[in-house]
Design a protein around this ligand. Sequence first.
Ligand code: NAI
Ligand code: MG
Length: 350
Amino acid sequence: MTEHRIALIPGDGIGAEVLPPATAVLDRVGRRHGIRFRYDEFDWSCERYLREGAMMPADGLDRIRHHDAILLGAVGWPGVPDHVSLWGLLIPIRRQFDQYVNLRPIAVLPGVPSPVRAAEPGLEFVVVRENVEGEYSEVGGRFRRGFPDELAVQEAVFTRPGVTRILDYAFSLAATRRGVLTSATKSNGIVHTMPFWDELVEEAGERHPEVSWHQEHIDALVAKIVLDPARFDVIVGSNLFGDILSDLAAAVAGSIGVAPAANLNPEREFPSMFEPVHGSAPDIAGRGVANPLGAIWSAAMMVDHLGHPEASAEVRSAMADVLGNTAVRTPDLGGTATTESFTRELLDRL
Ligand code: NAI
Ligand code: MG
């Protein structure tokens, strides 16, 4: 029996509604494979912020540093500015635990129609987003607040080691898949950081001759993803470009509710964090109709990361089984199932 200690952070809104389905799936698939998951739950959230003035306790990161992985629901709630919830919880975890890879696979699942005509069932690709530097930096400031000439300056920070390691991760991943990689750039408009990024892509390409790569400016790239998504397999981008690309990718796949994400520390010095792409969905929170698939798929990525690819694949195929062979689905996918009844169907098929 292998045991894994998992830190659970349900967070806000539907975050708390989609994690119980994910742990139920983990327990079910774990039993079949001799894996036991032990959970420690943390109430870090906007609710906690409003009560105690901080998203998490001062020693929060130390409390989860020795877990094998972190499973997170979603954070963010009206009344707490989004930059407070993001910078008070998610970004510290990503940065302090050096989770520099944000991996976001998408797939057009059977029975989940894509709004994009060219996106057929079976289509899949993966966005590899740089997760700890780039455009999301604290360097800069607001000046002359309230004056007519008020201004804001924000610096993007791209480092050779930071860009090199995300590119090497993406190229290595591409080598295990179709051997093709697309780099998102904007070196025609952003004249310092993006040409630097392009040069490092070229160097990475030389280290990975088995992968054929090309680059696209981000504006043209988003258009091509909509017009001809099948030509892509691994797309690598900076923190901002990767963020935008992965939401676009989730939309191409048909619903933000099914999209998963992994924040990986590939060296395994620190725990990695797994979370659905969607947020706390205040508009449907509390109604019991959230789609749990994004959280379940994220949990499946966690199982894979923890060294159990067969168990992970079983969860993926149970997902495809329910969607492809039944009409059971949550309202965001056009069905009438609740989170609970959908999960029950999935567990039965698992
Ligand atoms: P959102 O993803 O929460 O919701 C966008 C739309 O998609 C809503 O109409 C919602 O009902 C729907 N939706 C999302 N997930 C769904 C699911 N599992 N099942 C069915 N429908 C689903 O994004 P929004 O509204 O922009 O943000 C709400 C809050 O969540 C904000 O405070 C935001 O900062 C936060 N947020 C947190 C994220 C995270 O924790 N990683 C990511 C994105 C947003
Ligand atoms: Mg996003």
